[in-house]
Design a protein around this ligand. Structure first.
Ligand code: ADP
Ligand code: MG
Length: 388
């Protein structure tokens, strides 16, 4: 999705006030009536409608007059609110080129005042998880609406909490810098995703390091759930960094064993195909791949701690339950596929053209109202102070 932040320079405080009013109104309106935006924004000299026209021109809001005259935020509008809040906090001073396009995110370079380059991940739930949401149609029938912006914000909150906790426990992950709405700022990881790496000096060592990470995660009570060559970065010194945490679950999850085995299988399969690393020895069972594969039940200890620590972090059990209803569909295991398919899907992931299409379909998606009480309070304070 294109992110032209130049428009940020031309947006006034009133523009942001009205944009924030639309965000607030979406707490209980799928489409916020224009008549409601005006009193929420409370512009001293009026002119809400003129401002709305300007926001519409920049594609920050979407106009809908099918039932009544109303507006809702677009992903771009939500991006601008998050970026503005992070600029106000001094987290970064500039947004640069796009670093990557994930399954459900866009990643950009950002620069701090001292010139440090970091990575900003904008979560865009809906690209893939729409399938899972559709399979939960019954659930949705009993709710008035659902909200991709809200789910993206939950994903960011989770990713930030997990990244911080993992770093504190010595896992090789990016440094979590800050988080606002659906946006996470983290340190820039040098190197490339493993899927793009065709040659390694020490493939066996890397393989063991990576399997070691899955095992150590489980010892700490966690499973990555998307642990594969797309979410492992390797730099020129063959240092490994794990990324992408919104789908992680506790080892106490009802499908924990299946998720763990799937993560392990993805790694074994990739290294077998790409680097010809196999543990199958002729005539000997003791060295077979099965016998060297980490075994979930012997790793997981009843005293595992990180998942409990995380439950006490910003990301609550209720947040997790809410996300799972939409995003993770445990009855539908995702096949990690063959390497060839994965390479194709990587190309698809990196193709900006398709992402534009995905983003515009996102924009036209139904979004509704499920903001939590805590969120509303924070947003009100933004409205008042112009910062978060
Ligand atoms: P998704 O959840 O959408 O899969 P990821 O977190 O996996 O998103 O990121 C997608 C891509 O963006 C990665 O494959 C990688 O190329 C790039 N990327 C993500 N985080 C960073 C980072 N901290 N530093 C450098 N590149 C990153
Ligand atoms: Mg990823």
């Amino acid at each position: 999705m294109k992110l032209d932040v130049n428009a940020l320079r031309y947006l006034s405080d009133d523009d942001f006030r009205v944009l924030t009013a639309v965000e607030l109104g979406m707490r209980n309106h799928e489409i916020v009536p224009a008549d409601l935006i005006n009193p929420i924004a409370g512009l001293k000299h009026g002119g809400t409608y003129k401002v709305l026209r300007n926001l519409l021109k920049h594609k920050l809001v979407h106009h809908d007059s099918s039932k009544y005259d109303g507006f809702r935020l677009t992903y771009l509008g939500y991006d601008f609110l998050a970026i503005k809040a992070l600029l106000n906090r001094g987290v970064f001073v500039a947004v640069g080129r796009q670093l990557g396009v994930g399954k459900e995110s866009d990643i950009f370079e950002v620069a701090a005042e001292d010139g440090t380059i970091m990575a900003m991940k904008l979560h865009r739930l809906g690209r893939i998880s729409f399938r899972a949401v559709k399979s939960k149609r019954d659930y949705l029938l009993h709710r008035s609406s659902y909200n991709w912006l809200y789910l993206s914000r939950l994903a960011a909150k989770k990713e930030f909490a997990f990244m911080k906790a993992l770093e504190e426990h010595g896992f090789p992950v990016p440094k979590a810098v800050d988080c606002n709405r659906h946006c996470v700022v983290m340190s820039l990881v040098p190197g490339y995703p493993l899927v793009q790496v065709k040659q390694l000096q020490n493939p066996e060592t890397i393989f063991e390091t990576i399997v070691g990470i899955v095992v150590r995660l489980a010892e700490h009570g966690l499973i990555h759930c998307d642990f594969n060559e797309f979410n492992i970065m390797i730099d020129d010194d063959e240092k490994v960094t794990m990324i992408d945490f919104p789908q992680m679950v506790s080892v106490s999850h009802r499908n924990a064993q299946m998720y763990f085995d799937r993560d392990v299988e993805c790694i074994f399969k990739f290294f077998r195909k790409r680097f010809n690393i196999s543990y199958e020895c002729e005539g000997s069972d003791s060295d077979s791949e099965e016998s060297v594969r980490p075994c979930f039940s012997s790793i997981v200890k009843s005293t595992s701690s990180l998942d409990k620590e995380l439950a006490a972090s910003g990301f609550t059990r209720t947040d997790q339950d809410e996300m799972e209803k939409f995003v993770i569909n445990p009855s539908e295991p995702v096949d990690c596929g063959s390497s060839e398919e994965e390479e194709t899907s990587d190309v698809r992931c990196l193709s900006l053209g398709n992402v534009d299409a995905a983003a515009s379909s996102l924009d036209s998606m139904h979004i509704g109202s499920e903001f939590s009480g805590d969120f509303i309070k924070r947003e009100v304070s933004i409205c008042g102070s112009g910062e978060d």
